[in-house]
Ligand binder design. Structure first.
Ligand code: SF4
Length: 746
């Protein structure tokens, strides 16, 4: 029996695990009590790791479509098929003819974090899509405009917070989302044990709401209205802390945060139209309650406002994300202990362009989608555009698709249309471990090693952790058979799209990549490597290759003087301390200030103001919900996570159930403007009247899918109902919460 310490690779919470193995098989999975961050916590999904490792449906060999069937092939055959499929399309139709979709697991994959950007740059297509625009893009756009980069997202300092206001998030189930916080349940319970308060705003009484001091069941899609009313109250009642002349004291560190803010007066002007008394009917929360929520957060010694997916996947997603941080700033809680703070990650890919506190800021809309003209954000287009870009003939039409650990047919809006569109592509290649609803259409599937057969360091999400930590896990074991590591597959794709061919020297390309990264590091005046001889830095990294070499570089270029050698010596992780104030050093806006009223956001407030005059027609709206044993679409083939009662149900309030003749346990028909599905009814007062909820990521009964367990627990695909014409215009994020539906007994 051997015991391995390994960071759980399944989600962003980065829990430390102790995995016992015997003869190459997992015997048990427990939380690692010595892990510096998770301290022994793990969630039920970790118990799915054994099933994932042993899953007979997980691909161990490439598949190539022959005579209409996906059949096992050698790697050489598979790469030859990729080259024969992609090269002529690129030659004849140009770079934009090839689209890429990156799924959520890519965000936690060290190889994808380092090498997907390399591949995307080499491909040079404007048709890049990802799960970001069905999830968190509004947060990134708001953070980019306010603070200067897409990852300068403040996170609640949970461990010292005394008053937490949560909107549209369920951290007790997610363990944080854009807030890496293993054991969020324990951390949030501790707020209350310290005498603090937790307030949850959510259309559904989620598990987090159940453990909170207060739950306010808001109408879906109205978080921006509510947040603006909080801002209005703060100004109206003289509670806004960061006002007045530069030099006004920041309550936490004595520093003048006001001196680092621009646009306070503009925010006050904009908030004037959103008095609580005016928005109460829209939100479904009484004006007096709204004012009290604002007063209590302002009065709290250490408070934080945190908004997540429910606030993002709606038509005012960027406004809501912006207002979350406006509230944090106006209550004096930004950048102070126990408030909303910026993580100081050990290994950040640097985005610096000068002195601390100034940068290039972000540029949005550098190109637009061909058909609808929607703007790019951070190098990608909204995924609501993908189907029409495939189906609409003309110059620049998407003819080929490359998916990386993604299942957009299940994860993104107007699912049936996208399914048809993908089926009509000239060519498709997928880097994926399963034949799922999307990859069943591929011409070639290239499987990577299992998650435990690769190393793990969450390069992206450690930048949003509630404590500064670093933890590297080497692979638990060798990949099965001759599975090619993903970083090599991404570089081989790079070679193909740059005309070097699948037989190119991958190591030489990797050397080229690391040299580019070294140049950036030594050219960054804030890096400890600034001004160093690149050749000498390269020499220090020798002995490693691939993602490990890049990670070693990022650690050396980071703020803690760490190396990968040191992380390898500390398998339970390195604790780099609690979050610390970082303003102005963290800012990268051109002004070097916090931009409280960025022009694109100010311009969008008109749309929100106009929505105040809307009248509700009394119909139902659909929202999603997060589940402890499910993470998007991809773990439903793991029996330990899907056994038991059917979890893909339509929750409905008893009042609506009675009115519509819906019976618990029977089936309901849901119809939206774009589709219709049937789901089992679950009558519960956990959901507010006027709202129904179905978890997303289900619907595994399509022909050709090779997911034996998932097929037995298929559920329904709620994204069949999501209308691709509904999106947040600033970020392009899809509207997945607040979809108008009609519901009747099936
Ligand atoms: S919360 Fe996430 S990282 Fe932690 S055990 Fe569960 S799946 Fe793994």
């Amino acid at each position: 029996m051997a015991t391995h310490v390994h960071t759980c690779p399944l989600c962003e919470a980065t829990c430390g695990l102790r995995i016992e193995t015997e003869n190459g098989s997992i015997v048990s999975v427990r939380g690692d009590e010595e892990d510096v961050f998770s301290r022994g916590f793990l969630c039920p999904k970790a118990h799915g790791l054994k099933a994932l490792e042993e899953d007979p449906d997980r691909l161990r060999r490439p598949l190539v479509r022959r005579d209409g069937e996906l059949r096992e092939a050698s790697w050489a055959e598979a790469w030859q098929a990729v080259e024969e499929g992609l090269a002529p399309l690129l030659e004849q139709h140009g770079r934009n003819a090839v689209a890429v979709y990156l799924g959520n697991p890519s965000a936690h994959n060290l190889a994808a974090n380092v090498y997907a950007p390399v591949f995307l740059k080499a491909l040079g297509s404007q048709n890049i899509y990802s799960a970001s625009t069905v999830d968190q893009m509004p947060k990134q756009v708001a953070a980019g405009l306010m603070f200067g980069t897409m990852l300068s997202v403040p996170v609640p300092d949970l461990d010292r917070c005394g008053h937490l206001l949560v909107l549209g998030a369920n951290p007790l189930v997610s363990n944080g989302s854009l807030m890496t916080s293993p054991n969020a349940r324990g951390r949030i319970r501790d707020i209350r044990k310290r005498g603090g308060k937790v307030v949850v705003v959510d259309p559904r009484r989620s598990r987090t709401a159940e453990e909170a001091d207060e739950h306010h069941a808001i109408m879906p899609g109205t978080d921006a209205h509510l947040l603006f009313a909080l801002v209005h109250t703060l100004f109206d009642e003289g509670l806004a802390t960061v006002r007045g002349e530069p030099g006004g004291a920041h309550p936490a560190n004595g520093g003048p945060l006001a001196a680092h803010c621009e646009g306070l007066e503009e925010v006050e002007r904009l908030a004037a139209d959103f008095a609580p008394e005016r928005v109460a009917a829209v939100c479904g929360i009484e004006a007096g309650e709204i004012r009290r929520i604002a007063r209590e957060l302002a009065a709290a010694e250490r408070g934080a406002c945190y908004g997540r997916i429910g606030t993002c996947t709606q038509e005012f997603g960027t406004l809501a994300s912006w207002l979350v941080d406006v509230v944090n700033i106006l209550t004096g809680n930004l950048d102070r202990e126990g408030g909303a703070m910026f993580t100081r990650a050990a290994a950040a890919q640097r985005n610096s362009s000068g002195a601390p506190g100034a940068g290039k800021g972000v540029k949005l809309g550098r190109w637009r989608s061909r058909v609808r003209g929607l703007p790019e954000a951070f190098g990608e287009l909204p995924v609501v555009c993908l189907a029409e870009e495939i189906q609409t003939p003309g110059e620049g039409q998407v003819r080929a698709l490359i998916t990386v650990a993604g299942n957009p047919v299940v994860s993104t809006p107007d699912a049936e249309r996208l399914d048809r569109a993908i089926a009509g592509l000239d060519f498709m290649v997928s880097l994926d471990i399963y034949v799922n609803e999307t990859t069943r259409h591929a011409d070639v599937i290239l499987p990577g090693p299992s998650p435990l057969a690769r190393s793990h360091y969450d390069l992206a999400l450690y930048q949003l952790a509630v404590r500064n930590v670093a933890n590297y896990s080497p692979p638990l074991w060798e990949p099965e058979a001759d599975l090619e590591p993903e970083w090599q597959a991404l570089l081989r794709l790079t070679a193909i799209v740059t005309g070097q061919g699948a037989d190119a020297d991958i190591d030489a390309i990797d050397d080229f990549v690391i040299d580019g990264l070294i140049q950036r590091a030594v050219g960054d005046p804030q890096s400890p490597l600034a001004g160093r001889d690149p050749a000498a830095v390269r020499e220090e990294l020798d002995g490693r290759r691939g993602p490990e070499r890049a990670l070693d570089l990022f650690l050396r270029a980071g703020p803690y003087d760490l190396t990968l050698d040191e992380l390898e010596r500390q398998p339970h992780g390195v604790d780099l301390g609690p979050l610390i104030p970082r303003i102005p050093e963290v800012l990268r806006t051109p002004s070097g200030k916090i931009e409280l009223a960025p022009e694109p956001i100010v311009a969008d407030v008109d749309r929100l103001r106009a929505s105040l005059a809307r009248t509700r027609n009394g119909g139902l709206v659909l929202i999603g919900r997060r589940q402890l044993r499910s993470n998007n679409s991809w773990m439903h083939n793991l029996r330990p996570l899907v056994k038991g009662k059917d979890r893909c149900t339509m929750q409905v309030n008893p009042v609506d159930a009675e009115r519509l003749g819906l019976v618990d346990g029977e089936r309901a028909q849901l119809t939206s403007d774009v589709g219709s599905i049937e789901a089992p009814v679950e009558v519960t007062d956990a959901i507010r009247a006027g709202v129904v909820s179905i978890p997303h990521g289900w619907g595994h009964d399509a022909p050709g899918v090779r997911l034996t367990v998932a097929r037995d627990h298929a559920g329904v695909n709620s994204n069949v109902l999501a209308d691709g014409s509904l999106f947040d215009p600033l970020s392009g994020n899809a509207v997945l919460n607040g979809i108008p539906v009609e519901v009747a007994p099936a």
